[in-house]
Design a protein around this ligand. Structure first.
Ligand SMILES: [Ca+2]
Ligand SMILES: [Ca+2]
Length: 546
């Protein structure tokens, strides 16, 4: 049964964003309240059956210590993530009440002395500051109920210096006990004159041997020629898969064998073959922070983040500025086809920022519309996009004069009494920070949060966008888009990234009759008149065949 409240919610939540109320061809959602009092969006354009997807999910990166604090100690934790599941995905794709992400990447949760936990002391225990194995099991169950994939960050290239393996390695070297299984557990060389150029080694105290540590003296690097190490890397993954996680984000993929891509690729191909044998549905993504020509080499083994699209100089930010939409779509067409040729089930992994980068709202201002435009460009696009926690609010943060990554990992501004605090060393100036909170943005139909939520609903309701055969159309600096065909149906997505109105005649696209304006999102409402689509400034439209 519908009530007055329903109409009010319709006006507040959907109309100003998705379409013009009463505008022709516009997709206007109605909200009704069912007998149980639950409010649901009912417009067909936003409904989706939320089919189980393989590699085209929208993921959300959670920097665990900065996300949500359940016990008042100021550090984010696993129970905090559990408490925020309704914010991320409430299990009802049509409720309109949660962000609607379909996957979660947790930065490392294993025991470690640092706040970021990329220096692991014990891969088989959860850091007590983050919670317990029981907490993780509960989170896994909740994710499974809601069709959300949960992946853990697995830093394998190096351990922390406090790892017991490193103590055993040092003991074996001091004793000169070459038969000790830990003697070759880490990458090492004998004598300073033997140190390979271009790599960093540090002396094993009390010996003439040196261990490899390219990132930091506190991050000794494992020796992947050791069968014992390889067996251990498999055992770690198996342990956590058995506890219910769906897969992993692999850290520092190209550093396993420093500067030797051939050996790295060999390792990852072997590792992924073994993991897929353990769990055919495993979800993985690798960090190969390099040019596409390098990343391509790893794609036969696993999907990798697309760094070409990320940061201020990336193709998404440039397109969002109105100067490179065609460059973006032609790149995506060619790159997507390229990775699919390397491995049949491969896809691209677009993102604009992560925990190692300045926050997107700094280089894509919310105030001039570029943040929203960038979100259109990558969330209404193919593959498995990753958004970084707080991006949907416009959280800001950059290294700044103190040159600290902590400023890129500030506390999520919930605004509802959450006690999560900034990480140690953060000193991002108060005057530069986001002034609104999640609580305020959830209640605000014009907020960036509501915009992201609506974008994800449009994406879910048009699954061809994420997974189809992609062909770029209408490429110019300001205007561009693509046709994506999947299982006999097709969508056309067109973006106007300029600050002027743009027109496009759809009859220029051969082989399709895109006569239905399924959704429009941006500064204004797209209008379809015959075959002519008019796109207001910084607006995107999704068209379907009649
Ligand atoms: Ca806590
Ligand atoms: Ca290494």
């Amino acid at each position: 049964m519908k009530r007055a409240l329903s109409l009010l919610l319709c006006l507040v939540l959907v109309c100003p964003l998705l379409s013009g109320c009463g505008a022709p061809n516009a997709a206007v959602a109605e909200i009704e309240e069912d007998e149980g009092g639950e409010v649901r969006l009912t417009d067909a354009a936003l409904q989706s059956d939320f089919v189980c997807r393989d590699n085209d999910r929208v993921f959300y990166e959670i920097f665990v210590g900065s996300f949500s604090d359940s016990d008042g100690d100021g550090t984010g934790d696993l129970r905090g993530v559990i408490d925020r599941m309704d914010y991320l995905n409430d299990g009802d794709p049509n409720s309109g009440k949660s962000l609607g992400v379909e996957g979660i990447w947790l930065t490392p949760i294993f025991s470690s002395p640092s706040y970021h936990k990329y220096d692991v002391t014990d891969y088989y225990t959860i850091d007590p500051a983050f919670g317990t194995e029981e907490d993780l099991r509960e989170l896994c169950e909740l994710c499974e109920e809601r069709n959300v994939k949960l992946i853990l960050d697995l830093p394998l290239n190096h351990t922390g210096a406090q790892n017991k393996w490193f103590s055993l390695f040092k003991t074996a070297h001091r004793a000169g006990n070459t038969a000790d299984p830990y003697y070759d557990f880490y990458s090492w060389c004998s004598g300073s004159e033997n140190i390979p150029t271009g790599r960093t080694f540090r002396q094993v105290e009390g010996t003439n041997d040196y261990y490899e540590c390219n990132f930091s003296g506190d991050m000794p690097e494992l020796n992947f020629d050791s069968e014992t190490v390889r067996a251990e890397t498999l055992a770690i993954a198996k342990y956590w898969l058995e506890r219910g996680v769906d897969g992993f984000r692999f850290d520092a993929v190209k550093y396993v064998y420093f500067g030797d891509h051939g050996s790295n690729v060999g390792f990852w191909q072997w590792y992924m073959d073994e993991l897929r044998a353990l769990d055919g549905g495993i979800y993985t993504v690798g960090e190969v922070w390099d040019a596409d020509s390098v990343t391509d080499q790893y794609y036969g083994a696993l999907n990798c983040f697309d760094f070409t699209l990320s940061q201020a100089e990336g193709l998404i930010a440039k397109a969002a500025a109105g100067s490179g939409v065609g460059n973006l779509t032609s790149y995506v067409e060619s790159y997507l086809a390229g990775v699919r040729a390397l491995r049949g089930d491969a896809t691209i992994v677009p993102f604009i920022s992560n925990h190692d980068m300045d926050r997107a709202a700094g280089f894509l201002p919310v105030t001039n519309g570029r943040m929203r435009m960038a979100a259109n460009l990558y969330l209404l696009g193919p593959g498995s996009p990753f958004l970084y926690y707080g991006e949907e609010l416009g959280v800001k943060g950059s290294r700044g004069s103190s040159n600290t990554d902590a400023n890129r990992r500030l506390a999520m501004p919930w605004g509802d009494g959450d006690t999560v605090a900034d990480p140690p060393g953060a000193d991002y100036p108060e005057k530069n920070r986001l002034t609104t909170t999640a609580a305020e943005q959830i209640a605000d139909a014009g907020s960036l949060y509501t915009y992201y939520k609506t974008l994800l609903m449009i994406r879910h309701a048009n699954p061809e966008i994420a997974r189809g055969e992609y062909h770029a159309v209408a490429g110019s600096g300001k205007l561009g888009g693509f046709v994506s065909e999947w299982e006999g149906s097709a969508v056309c997505v067109l973006h106007n990234a300029s600050t002027d109105e743009q027109r496009f005649d759809l009859s220029a696209i051969g082989g399709h009759d895109f006569s239905v304006l399924a959704a429009s999102i941006g500064q204004g409402d797209a209008v379809l008149d015959g075959s002519v689509l008019t796109l207001p400034p910084q607006t995107s439209a999704v068209l379907r065949e009649g």
